[in-house]
Design a protein around this ligand. Structure first.
Ligand SMILES: Nc1ncnc2c1ncn2[C@@H]1O[C@H](COP(=O)(O)OP(=O)(O)OP(=O)(O)O)[C@@H](O)[C@H]1O
Length: 396
């Protein structure tokens, strides 16, 4: 399973330009998270900081418990091996065919034989839908295929954390959905912790388990997808609906006068762009039938249940709805087969009363025996950082 990534009080500047400050969040192990934000808010800078390519001047970055801002360069070298990174353009070597591009990390970082390398490369090319294209050069294939080749390359060292920088950039909406599905399927296959950086609304609505948003040098919020998708924060609503009305402007700063002028134009009948008031939550994408059950679904449900009482009301309602409608087989694969250990009825009757839930509705022991690491879960289940509340004074 993937490892937990936890960031505390992180601040990054370039000279006098502060990119973001005091960012605190936890990427739960094995779950898919997305970091959203308008262009230039420092999403890529955040991603590069996680892997140690950029060095924030304040704060901590714990990767599986080790603070990479304090550790030795040797430790950092080892920790980097946990990561697979898909950069925006795929970052492929233009003179190598896809096979050699994907094989590159294995040849550089392992002593595997060419026949072992071939097995792994072909497996990853198949996973990303590129079988048959292995002899092509990056310049001979489409942007979508280049992305998938970059993803295949990011997977060959069996990463526990996958960072994906704008998987949608340069792709049409359909290809974006395909790559989104691939990311969900990869999560089901290898249970890695995934962070996607994006400003794509469809992807944000349908792919991640958890969502955060950067705006005006702050992390606006971070938590279960239901929190951001039901948020009343003006900046979040504007972003999700893609309209011009709201605090996000053409450049990041927009003053009150400009907001008032734009509102007056809309009041006079001018279209504000975007889609009109898309509210609420659309269902999250599921792993393609035939892939392993996505273990993150069950783990996340247990986790959000623990932090439920800390979440805004709208998010609680949305989470409850999704809990009520989720197929238990998707939640606990081992359980669904054997029909034991989890008392669904007992849980439903208890609502979200933690105490009642812990002591009655749920058989820890039976569950532990069934392929779930309760100890590592406990480490984060009560982690209040699971939801990063909105900071004050933004978006007005
Ligand atoms: N190495 C660097 N040196 C100086 N400034 C940098 C560096 N890298 C990024 N920046 C600045 O940091 C800011 C945030 O950049 P970043 O690429 O992280 O934004 P982003 O949110 O990923 O944007 P987009 O969605 O458009 O890709 C920008 O103003 C950029 O110019």
């Amino acid at each position: 399973m993937g490892v937990e990534v936890s960031v505390e009080g992180l601040t990054k500047s370039f000279g006098v330009q502060k990119i973001w400050q005091d960012v605190t969040l936890t990427l739960p192990k094995g779950e898919v998270s997305a970091l959203l934000g308008p262009s230039g808010t420092g999403k890529s800078v955040f991603l590069k900081s996680l892997i140690g390519l950029l060095r924030p001047e304040q704060g901590k970055i714990f990767i599986d418990g080790t603070d990479i801002l304090q550790c030795s360069s040797r430790e950092l070298y080892e920790i980097r091996k946990l990561f697979g990174v898909l950069f925006q353009d795929g970052a492929l070597f233009g003179s190598m065919n896809l096979y050699d591009n994907v094989a590159f990390p294995l040849r550089e970082h392992t002593k595997k034989s060419e026949s072992d390398i071939r097995k792994i490369v072909m497996e990853k090319l198949e996973l990303t839908g590129l079988l048959g294209a292995e002899d092509k050069l990056p310049g001979e294939i489409s942007g979508g295929m280049r992305k998938r080749a970059g993803l295949a390359r990011a997977l060959v060292l069996d990463p526990e954390i996958i960072l994906v920088d704008e998987p949608d950039s340069g792709l049409d909406p359909v290809r974006t959905t395909y790559i989104s599905q691939t990311l969900i399927d990869i999560n089901a296959e290898i249970d890695a912790t995934i962070l996607i950086v994006s400003h794509n609304i469809n992807l944000a609505r349908t792919v991640p388990d958890n969502i955060g948003m950067l705006f005006r040098r702050q992390l606006v919020m971070f938590g279960p997808r239901e929190v951001l998708l039901t948020s009343d924060e003006p900046v979040v609503k504007q972003f999700l609906n893609g309209t011009m009305i709201g605090p996000i402007g053409m450049s990041e700063e927009k003053d009150e006068a400009q907001m008032a002028q734009e509102q007056a134009m809309v009041d006079a009948g001018h279209h504000a762009g975007g889609v009109d008031d898309v509210e609420g939550i659309v269902p999250q994408m599921k792993a393609t039938p035939g892939t392993p059950v996505r273990e993150a679904v069950g783990r996340r449900q247990e986790r959000v249940r623990q932090i439920m009482h800390t979440l805004p009301h709208n998010a609680q309602v949305a989470i409850q709805e999704s809990l009520d409608t989720t197929d238990p087989g998707q939640r606990y694969p081992a359980y669904a087969d054997q029909q034991q250990g989890y008392d669904q009825q007992g849980y439903d009757q208890q609502g979200y009363d933690h105490q009642g839930y812990d002591h009655q509705g749920y058989d820890h022991q039976g569950y532990d025996q069934q392929s779930y690491d309760q100890q590592s879960y406990s480490g984060q289940g009560h982690d209040q950082q699971g939801y990063q509340a909105p900071t004050q004074g933004r978006g007005q």
